[in-house]
Design a protein around this ligand. Sequence first.
Ligand code: ISE
Length: 320
Amino acid sequence: MTLRVGVIGAGGMGREHITNLAVLEGVEVHIVADVVVAGAEAGAALAGPSAAAVTDPMAVATHPDLDAVVIASPDDTHAELAIAAIEAGLAVLCEKPLAVTVADAERVVAAEAAAPSSLVQVGLMRVYDPAHQQVADAMMQLGPLHHLRLVHRNTNAQWERSLETVFSQSLIHDIHSARWFSGSEFGSVVAQVVRTGARINYVNLLGELASGATVSIEFAEATYGYDVEVEATCEHGMAIAAQPAQPVVRRDGRAHRHIGDDWFGRFTDAYRTEAAEWTSGVLAGEVRGPTATDGLAAQRVVAAAIESAETGARVTVIGG
Ligand code: ISE
């Protein structure tokens, strides 16, 4: 059987998904939607000669000829499109965040609960990164987790993202990683934000997990490169995530190892594995990656972290 997939949103993330899906055996990117005609056409061209281009995202979310849909449109459209796709019986890979508010994330989870089977995977793809997986494997030999240190340095040129956007577009990855590595939920958080004018330069998020372990997430904007670090300190030792294999190049009196400017380069393998795992799960009628419930749990931590950043208080995570 060929899995017929529609892709909504042909920006950077949409094009990444199209490229990765188009090379998979038994998967056809059938239609691409983008509100910008040229974007939709460019996305369809990447998908292959028979892919259609449309400008109405909802037409793809409810398309009768599709088995599945990827939602890679602007964040504030995710929840509506996911709910429409669930109601149309389509499997969904929804880019993170699942929604921009906890209430909307809850609506998606409720819509999925009312459907005959689980349908939604959320694009929290770091779980497919080999370096993250190696740390998770190493932790199995190291005893109980005491502390996770997660560092996320971004090269985002959009200098003036709002607090909500920085948390729900960027820190949401690290929040999910913390839940995934620990198998535990955030009980409370304290967040500190450093700004220069309207620009958020730095966020420090300290979380206490239900297990008793602690998590620190350091996020920095517009740095020298896109750089992600993971350190897990456990009872009997610690594990540090490897950096992607890159040669050390010596030239002009310097030794240099390329880091890269963005998440597409750093997580190339993870995005490819995500596409393969998501589609094989859809064919098996299962959700094998991060679920809508994971997306909701992460959004609850985001909401608590924003409240903490605004009030200076330590905030309990509702449902944590
Ligand atoms: C960006 O929007 C992403 O999608 C990346 O996954 C994230 O790591 C980055 O911080 C965001 O700015």
